[in-house]
Design a protein around this ligand. Structure first.
Ligand SMILES: Cc1ncc(COP(=O)(O)O)c(C=O)c1O
Length: 477
């Protein structure tokens, strides 16, 4: 397929750009004039529409295909959220407007904070962070400011080997020394944790449910151990969609957590962003939150910048308001029972698939999972096939593949997260295809190694693409 730039044909241009833009309503000084516009595509409206429609059909998205990308929660996001977020009363407000004029927006932020507090058991919430990893960094800055206020040095952050990769990265970025503790049968190994916990530990940071899709069953003991050592307990709550409405991190000892609104609630994840990663804290940490925080006094909403111990600002203005708004609508639509049902369905769907697939694939951690589970595709080694090959073959059947090679503790990891929005027929069809691919891998390994066969582009040189990305069109001379 030609690039849009290549569709311009000398001699039959559908539209010709002016040589330069001099002489409009505004007299632009010469030095600001763009001299060379010739590399822009010069095509008709119809060519343009066809080009982008054709491109969109080459894409795989939740609105067209099952997308079981573990750790990403690629669920269906109801369109009503988009409709409401697109109302002019929301899209036309400006962050510099007076508080009196934006009472509705402040009310939504205030009420959304309240919903997150109720669901999580945390006592204060900051909506500013723009993504999950940004929430982690914000939470760790809060922990640092807290310890500093007690006269403690930064110390180390303990991270289990089942944590999401962003956890050690955020801790490192926040300036902490990072120490990894082992897991045992998929949960934190308490002996290894005890061996590493000491007065130098600033934060114990864990993902719960973890990246194997397992809930930390000893979380109360873990919390007591961390607190006894003087550490704060941070929970990566990006997987909250497996437990919300059922249990509350604030009740099992978590001091700081972040939410991934674009995973747990309703806003597109990944390239469909932007995201939002609010941070919840226990009351003793509230003075360290980023400013401004939304307050309500005598029925009036206001922005409070006056927190003497604040870590400052972590994002322009008040966070990604539109994502917050979509998540607010989502929660209000679901209600209390609906929220619980989301978690129950996410867990049921994952366990249903796990139980059927374990008869055909290697499942290293066979206990009841939460919203996702991890297969190990290490059994095809003899045929020269790994997780990547099976993932590529899935593309031929019209599925976005699951996450592969993560978590690192599973060899040839294949991480499946069906989400709560898929029905049984969709899950059954996917299981059937995976069983078929297994048979192909055993009987015709060459076919799998050459996959994908039906897609527009085949195997890509991913290393070169990542190391030398070509992001700009260069006109061929
Ligand atoms: C468990 C977990 N933690 C953290 C993150 C990071 O979130 P983000 O991609 O929004 O930075 C993700 C992302 O999917 C995640 O699944």
């Amino acid at each position: 397929m030609e690039l849009i730039f290549e569709k311009t044909r000398e001699g039959r241009k559908a539209y010709t750009l002016p040589e330069n833009i001099k002489g409009g309503a505004v007299d632009i000084p010469d030095k600001f004039l763009r001299r060379n516009l010739t590399n822009l595509p010069e095509v008709s409206e119809l060519q343009l529409v066809r080009h982008y429609t054709a491109l969109s059909k080459r894409n795989i998205g939740v609105d067209s295909n099952f997308y079981p990308l573990g750790s990403c929660t690629m669920k269906y996001n109801p369109k009503i959220n988009e409709d409401i977020a697109a109302l002019p009363g929301f899209t036309k407000i400006h962050p510099f407007q007076n508080e009196e004029d934006i009472q509705g927006a402040l009310k939504i932020m205030y009420e959304f904070e309240g919903l997150l507090k109720e669901l999580s058991g945390m006592e204060e919430v900051a909506l500013q962070p723009a993504a999950g990893a940004h929430g982690e960094l914000t939470g760790l800055f809060i922990a640092q400011a807290y310890h500093r206020s007690k006269g403690r040095k930064p110390g180390k952050v303990i991270v289990p080997d089942t944590s999401h990769g962003t956890n050690p990265s955020s801790a490192h970025l926040a300036g902490y020394h990072v120490v990894t503790v082992r897991s045992k049968d998929g949960n934190i190994d308490l002996d290894d944790l005890k061996a590493h916990l000491n007065e130098d530990t600033a934060v114990l940071m864990l993902t719960n449910p973890n990246t194997l899709g397992l809930f930390e069953k000893d979380i109360e003991t873990i919390s007591k151990l961390a607190h006894a050592a003087g550490a704060l307990l941070y929970m990566d709550g990006a997987n909250f969609n497996a437990i919300m409405g059922i249990t509350r991190p604030g009740d099992f000892g978590v001091d700081i957590m972040h939410f991934n609104l674009h995973k747990t609630f309703a806003a597109p994840h990944g390239g469909g962003g932007p995201g939002s990663g609010p941070v919840g804290v226990k009351a003793f940490l509230k003075d360290f939150l980023p400013v401004p925080v939304v307050r309500k006094n005598d029925g009036q909403y206001s922005l409070d910048y006056n927190l003497p111990l604040t870590i400052g600002k972590v994002k322009a203005f008040y966070g990604n308001f539109n994502v917050i708004l979509k998540s607010y609508v989502y929660l209000r639509m679901l209600g209390k029972e609906g929220v619980r049902k989301v978690s129950e369905m996410a867990v049921l769907n994952a366990n249903y698939m796990k139980e059927l697939l374990k008869k055909h694939y290697n499942l290293p951690y066979p206990s009841v999972c939460k919203h996702e589970f991890v297969l190990s595709l290490n059994t095809f080694k003899e045929n020269g096939i790994g997780a990547l090959d099976i993932a590529k073959r899935l593309l031929d059947y019209g599925y976005h593949p699951p996450t592969i090679y993560f978590p690192l503790i599973v060899e040839e990891a294949f991480m499946i997260e069906p989400t709560e929005t898929e029905d049984k027929e969709t899950l059954d069809a996917f299981i059937e295809v995976l069983i078929k691919i297994k048979e192909e891998a055993e009987q015709d390994p060459q076919l799998i190694k050459e996959a994908p066969l039906n897609t527009v582009v085949k195997r890509l040189d991913e290393v070169t693409a990542a190391r030398n990305p070509v992001l700009k069109y260069e006109k061929k001379r």
